[in-house]
Design a protein around this ligand. Structure first.
Ligand SMILES: O=C(O)C(=O)C[C@]1(C(=O)O)C=C[C@@H](O)C=C1
Length: 358
């Protein structure tokens, strides 16, 4: 009797899946038309603001019981597959495979994009600048470790634009072949990951040697070849290198986020929930710090970040990186930037892009 009921329910599920499939194909056909229209007008195929608006609208209107967190994941893949029908995306990222940058690139572009690992941040910029990849993904700051200087330095030389940002919660997991803590005789990872787990390692695995390597992914690869070793790496590295999770989330500070930037050759359209990044160097004169912030204060433009980096060509001169709320196409943002310009030796708008969901 119970079997009859189960069969009947499964038949209903089959019928629903057929409808979902029909609708997916109907959606794909419409996206192909969108692609043809955009190709005629030479517009960008990847539109992060539109993707964000789709996720937001669906999550806000979701009556349940299908979980809203899952909507983003499911739609990420639907949009990724649909976009690949308009134009297959090639995305370069700071590799190797299974690093957190890889996880971030997958979260943003989905499984239908071709993700290409490269050896350095400058190689990622170059691949995009030369048109060999549509976009590049690089880390820019970590909530515990601060900014990634190399990425900011790259913007001094490069004309690429920021196309979007990705916020990824970093979970440092301890991975080994057996999945048992007792088997661990050494722990391998990137020095930053080891530093972020220092207290846990001292308390749980005292006297166990720690080995620095160039990436968390390389650590996972080494742990896969040595049953006495464990790696601190992402869960994705576990599946890629056939490792088991001996302990999840071992970072001393459980709140650990990394922000990544997607770089491309164009500034995306306004989404209404945007951020603008600019960089500039100011002429050395009294009150200059006050003056450079005033145009934003006057217009009530919120500044979410300010960083300074030494200017390599001149000792004791600095470049400022500023993130502010709004799009460069907004009158107030454009006017504030123009008012700042006369105080600057140079000023560059790095891009306006949709704010990542927090
Ligand atoms: O609306 C568009 O511009 C599309 O190309 C369609 C679509 C989608 O699948 O909904 C696909 C890719 C874009 O990044 C945004 C949205």
């Amino acid at each position: 009797m119970a079997d009859d009921k189960l069969d009947a329910l499964r038949q209903r599920i089959d019928a629903i899946d057929d409808r979902i499939l029909d609708l997916l194909n109907e959606r794909a056909r419409v996206v192909i038309e969108v692609g043809e229209t955009k190709a005629g007008e030479k517009r960008q195929f990847y539109v992060p603001s539109r993707e964000q608006a789709i996720y937001q609208r669906l999550c806000d209107g979701n009556p349940g019981p299908f979980p809203s967190e899952a909507i983003r994941r499911v739609y990420r893949e639907i949009i990724s597959a649909c976009l690949s029908l308009e134009e297959p995306m090639k995305v370069a990222f700071l590799g190797p495979q299974a690093t957190f940058t890889h996880v971030a690139a997958m979260q943003q572009f989905g499984l239908s994009a071709r993700l290409v690992p490269l050896k350095s941040i400058s190689a990622v910029f170059e691949e995009v600048a030369r048109g060999r990849a549509h976009y590049g993904v690089v880390p820019v700051e970590n909530s515990n470790e601060g900014i990634v200087n190399h990425t900011l330095d790259m913007f001094m030389e490069s004309d690429l634009k920021v196309s979007s940002e990705i916020l990824l919660e970093i979970s440092h997991d301890l991975l080994n072949r057996s999945g048992r803590l007792e088997d661990v005789r050494k722990v391998i990872s990137h020095p930053q990951a080891l530093a972020q787990c220092r207290k846990w390692l001292e308390e749980t695995l005292p006297d166990i040697p720690l080995v620095d390597v160039g990436s968390t992914a390389l650590a996972a690869q080494m742990a896969a070849e040595d049953e006495t070793a464990a790696a601190i790496a992402s869960e994705m590295a576990a599946s890629l290198y056939g490792l088991k999770v001996a302990k999840q989330k071992i970072a001393d500070n459980p709140s650990n986020f990394t922000r990544f930037l997607v770089v491309g050759r164009h500034t995306p359209e306004r989404s209404g929930q945007d951020k603008t990044s600019i960089m500039f160097s100011v002429k050395d004169q009294p009150g200059i710090l006050y003056r450079m912030l005033e145009p934003f204060h006057k217009r009530q433009i919120n500044l979410s970040k300010i960083e300074s980096r030494p200017l390599k060509s001149k000792a004791w001169e600095y470049i400022f990186f500023l993130d502010l709320d709004g799009h460069i196409a907004d009158d107030s943002v454009r006017q504030a930037v123009e008012e700042l310009r006369p105080y600057c030796q140079f000023l560059k708008v790095l891009g306006s892009y949709p704010k990542a969901a927090r």
